[in-house]
Design a protein around this ligand. Sequence first.
Ligand code: SDX
Length: 422
Amino acid sequence: MPETVTITDNRTGESVDVPIENGGIPMSAIQKLMPGTWVLDPGFGGTASTESAITDLDGINGILRYRGYPIEQLAEHSTFLEVCYLLLFGELPNTEQMDAWVHDITYHTFVHENMRKRFMEGFHHDAHPMGMLMSAIAALSTFYPEAKDIDDPANRYKQINRLISKGPTIAAMAYRASLGMPFNYPDNDLTYAENFLSMMWKVAEPQYKPDPVLARALDILLILHADHEQNCSTTTMRVVGSSHADPYSAAAAATGALYGPRHGGANEAVIHMLEEIGSYDNIEPFVESVKAGEGRLMGFGHRVYKAYDPRARIVKEQADRVFEVTGKSPLLDIALKLEEIALSDDYFKSRNLYPNVDFYTGLIYQSMGFPLDMFTVLFTIGRMPGWLAHWQESLEQGQRISRPRQIYTGVDVRDYVPLDAR
Ligand code: SDX
C-alpha cells in the first residue's frame, strides 16, 4: 500500500499523488496542482507548522515525551536544569556536562543593577507580575545587544543561559515590588528551585532555608511545564524568531501569548473559578451553566489531549505531598468533586474534555504561598527552556520566515469617494 494520498482538482481533472511522510503531507505538492489555492485552518487545528525532534505528544493516548523520555520518568528521576539541558541539546548530560551547565546557570542569575533599581521599581505598585516579566524580558535585549548575532552558536548559548538563569530573579523581583519589599539577591549555594524560593520569601534571615518537599515539588512542576511542542506561546516564539529577531524579543512575545487565560493564564483562572463556586452545593449549578454555554470549565480541555493530560496526573500526586507540608487547600475538595462530576457527564465526555496541566497546579502554588497573579509567571519560568529549544531548532533547520496566506473575504475593488460626496 503506497504511503500517498491522491488529490484531484475536478475543475481540471488533473491529479497528484502526495507522499505521506511522518504523518504529514507537504503543502508544496498541493500547490503544484492548485497554485494560489490555500488550505484554510484558523487556529491551526490541523496544520503542522514545522518538523521538530524535541517533544512528542500523543493526545489520544495521553503521552508526553521530551526527546523520547516519558514525562513520568523525568518527573520522578530528573531535575528541571537537567531537563533544560535535554530539551536544548537532545541528550541527558553526563556528570561533566551537568556540572558545567549548572555552574553556567547558577552564575548568571544576577541582573544589571539598572534592571533591578530603575526598571523593576518603575512599575506602578499594582502592576501585574506577568506584565512586568514580559517587559523585563524584552528589556534584557537592550542590555545584551550582541544577542542579535543569532547565527553564532556560542552567542546563542550565552543568551539561552541568561534567559533561563535570570527568569526567577526577575519573577521574584516582580513579586517583591508588589509588596514594597526589598529585592533579594540570588543565593548561589542553593539549587535553581531553592534559589527562586529564597528570592521570593527571604526576609531578614542570613540564609533562606527552603523546605525540601516544596522545593522538589516546584522543581517537578517546572519539569512538567518545560515544553509542549507547538502550543500557542511556543509557536509565537518560533514565528518571532523566524524574522531573526533576538531571543529576548521573541521570548517576550511568547510570554505575552502565554499570559492569555486560554493558555498559561488558565491556572490563575481555575482558582477564580473554584472560589466563585465556593461550595459543594454550587458545583452542579455551575456545571449546568457551563453546559448552557455560559462560560468554560477552566483547567479542562485541550487542543491536543483527548485523554487525561499526563501532567495533570503527576501534578495531582505532587499536590498530596505539598499539602502534607502546607495543609490541604480548602479548594481541593471542590476541585476533586468538580472533576468527578465533569468526567461522568456526557457534555464533557463527548467533547473529550479532561483536566489539563492547569487544573491542579494553581492549588499547589496557592498552598505554597504564591499569589494568584504569580501563577503564570511560574509557567513562564518552566516553559522558557522549551521556547528556547524550539527557537534554536528553527534556526538550525534554516526555517523560512513565517508568513501564512489568507482567504480574502472583503469587498471588491472600488474607487475613492471624496468626503463631501459621501
Ligand atoms: C494550556 O496547547 C498546549 O499545549 C497548551 C498547554 C501547554 O502546555 O502549552 O497544554 C497549556 O494552555 C492548557 C489549556 C489551558 N486552558 C484552559 O484550561 C482554558 C479552558 N479550556 C479551553 O478554553 C479550551 O479547551 C482550549 C483553549 C484549551 C482548547 O480549545 P480548542 O481546542 O480550540 O477547543 P474549542 O474551543 O474549539 O472547544 C471545542 C468544544 C466546544 O464546544 P462546542 O462548540 O463543540 O459545543 O469543547 C468545548 C467548546 O465549547 N470546550 C469547553 C472547554 N473547552 C472546550 N467547554 C467547557 N469547558 C472547557 N474548558
